[in-house]
Design a protein around this ligand. Structure first.
Ligand code: SF4
Length: 379
C-alpha cells in the first residue's frame, strides 16, 4: 500500500504549542501552489510503482484551501498517479476556517474524511492554546460535516494542559462523543523546543502537568474510549470498528508514502532497491525557488540499513497494533522472540505485553510506559 501526503504550510495564527512548519503570512499561497503542482510533475516517476490508497492534506491548515485550489490539486493527482477508486481522502480541518459551502464543495470533490482539530471544548483552554475558533464553532463544524455528507469524521483533542483536572478532561471526551465521531485522536500536550509554550515554561509563567497526573489522564482516556466502543489501535488513536485512519495506519505499518510541500517526509521501500527516506526543505520561499528551477526541494535523504528498518518495524508495531514475529522473521531473518526472551517474558509476566497469533502487543498498562518498553526491546 502507498500513500500521498500534502503539507499546506499556512495558518491564520500559530498555536502556542505547535512546532509543525507553517507561516502566518498567506500571501505566498499562489506561488506555493504553482510549486506544488511542479513537484507533483517531478515525482511522476512513482506513478508506475503501484497504486495509492490514501491521500492526506495536512499542515499547517489545509482547510484554508479554496475548493477550486483543492480541485486542481486532486485533478492533477488523478492525472499523474494511479489512485484507487475507494481511496481515503482526508483534509485536516480547522473549525475557524470553514463554512457549510466549503465543506460541501470538499465533499463533492471526493474528500471522504475530515480530521477536525478541536483540541478542547472549554473556552479558557482554547484561548490558552491560542486556537482561532471557539467551542461553538468546533461543534458546528462537526454538525455541518455530517449535514453535507461526511460519514468519516475524526476529532483531535489535547490533554495534559497546565492545571487541567480529570473532570474537565472527561467533559471534553464526553462532549466529543456526543458529536458521534468515528475516530478520536487524543494527544498529550508536549512542550516542544522553540515554541511560545516552551518560552513560557522557561520563564516560569506556566508549569507543565506533572508526569503522573498526565499518565492518569491517559489511563482515563483509554478506559473511557474503550468503554464507549472505540478500538485503541495506536498510542493516541481510537476508532469505531472499520474507521481506523488508513493513511496513518500505513505510516505505522511501514508502508510507502510520498510527501509534497515544505517539510514533508517521504519513505519508499521496494524489492531490488535500498529503502529510502527523504525530507523537503521547511521554508516556503526556498521550496518555491527550488521548484522554479525544476529541482526537487529535498534537504535530507538517507538509505536505511536493515538494522534501522528492523528497529523501526518494532517501534512502530509496538506503538500501533502489535509486532508480528512471523513477518519479522520473514522480512529480516530475525528470531525476535528468542533473542529477546528474557525481556519479553518479564513484560508478559508484568501484563505490559500480550502475545497472541504470533503478535506482541502492548496492553493498556504497557501503553502507559510505551516509550520505556520500546527502548528496552530495541536496545
Ligand atoms: S492550526 Fe494546527 S498547524 Fe497551525 S499552528 Fe495550530 S496546531 Fe499548528
Amino acid at each position: 500500500m502507498a500513500s500521498l501526503y500534502f503539507h499546506i504550510p499556512f495558518c491564520e495564527k500559530k498555536c502556542l504549542y505547535c512546532d509543525f512548519y507553517s507561516i502566518e503570512n498567506l500571501s505566498p499561497m499562489g506561488d506555493f501552489l504553482t510549486a506544488l503542482h511542479r513537484e507533483i510533475d517531478l515525482c511522476a516517476e512513482f506513478s508506475g510503482r503501484g497504486e495509492f490508497e490514501t491521500v492526506f492534506f495536512g499542515g499547517g491548515t489545509p482547510s484554508l484551501l479554496a475548493p477550486l485550489q483543492l480541485e486542481k490539486i486532486l485533478s492533477h493527482l488523478h492525472d499523474t498517479f494511479p489512485i484507487t477508486r475507494d481511496a481515503e481522502v482526508t483534509v485536516e480541518t480547522n473549525p475557524g476556517t470553514v463554512t457549510k459551502e466549503k465543506l460541501s464543495a470538499y465533499r463533492s470533490l471526493g474528500v471522504n474524511r475530515l480530521s477536525i482539530g478541536i483540541q478542547s471544548f472549554h473556552e479558557d483552554e482554547l484561548k490558552f492554546l491560542s486556537r482561532i475558533h471557539d467551542s461553538a464553532q468546533a461543534k458546528e463544524c462537526v454538525r455541518l460535516a455530517r449535514e453535507v455528507g461526511f460519514e468519516n469524521v475524526s476529532i483531535d483533542l489535547i490533554y495534559g494542559l497546565p492545571g487541567q483536572t480529570r473532570k474537565r478532561w472527561e467533559q471534553n471526551l464526553r462532549t466529543a462523543l456526543h458529536l458521534n465521531p468515528q475516530h478520536i485522536s487524543a494527544y498529550g500536550l508536549i512542550v516542544e523546543d522553540g515554541t511560545p509554550l516552551a518560552r513560557m515554561v522557561q520563564a516560569r509563567l506556566v508549569s507543565p502537568m506533572p508526569a503522573d497526573d498526565e499518565a492518569e489522564l491517559y489511563e482515563c482516556t483509554m478506559n473511557f474510549m474503550e468503554a464507549h466502543g472505540f478500538e485503541h489501535y495506536e498510542v493516541s488513536n481510537y476508532a469505531r470498528s472499520g474507521f481506523r485512519s488508513r493513511h496513518n495506519y500505513n505510516y505505522w505499518r511501514h508502508g510507502n508514502y510520498l510527501g509534497f510541500g515544505p517539510s514533508a517526509h517521504s519513505f519508499w521501500s521496494e524489492r531490488g532497491e535500498k529503502p529510502r527516506r527523504w525530507c523537503n526543505i521547511a521554508n516556503v520561499s526556498h521550496y518555491c525557488r527550488k521548484l522554479k528551477m525544476n529541482e526537487l526541494p529535498i534537504v535530507t535523504e538517507e538509505e536505511l540499513s536493515c538494522d534501522q528498518l528492523l528497529t523501526e518495524r518494532i517501534f512502530l508495531g509496538l506503538r500501533c497494533d502489535g509486532v508480528n514475529l512471523d513477518r519479522l522473521r520473514n522480512d529480516f531473518g530475525d528470531d525476535f522472540r528468542a533473542t529477546h526472551s528474557m525481556i519479553i517474558d518479564a513484560l508478559l509476566a508484568a501484563q505490559a505485553l500480550t502475545f497472541d497469533a504470533q503478535s506482541l502487543r502492548l496492553t493498556s498498562k504497557g501503553y502507559l510506559v510505551c516509550d520505556e518498553i520500546c527502548a528496552r526491546l530495541i536496545a
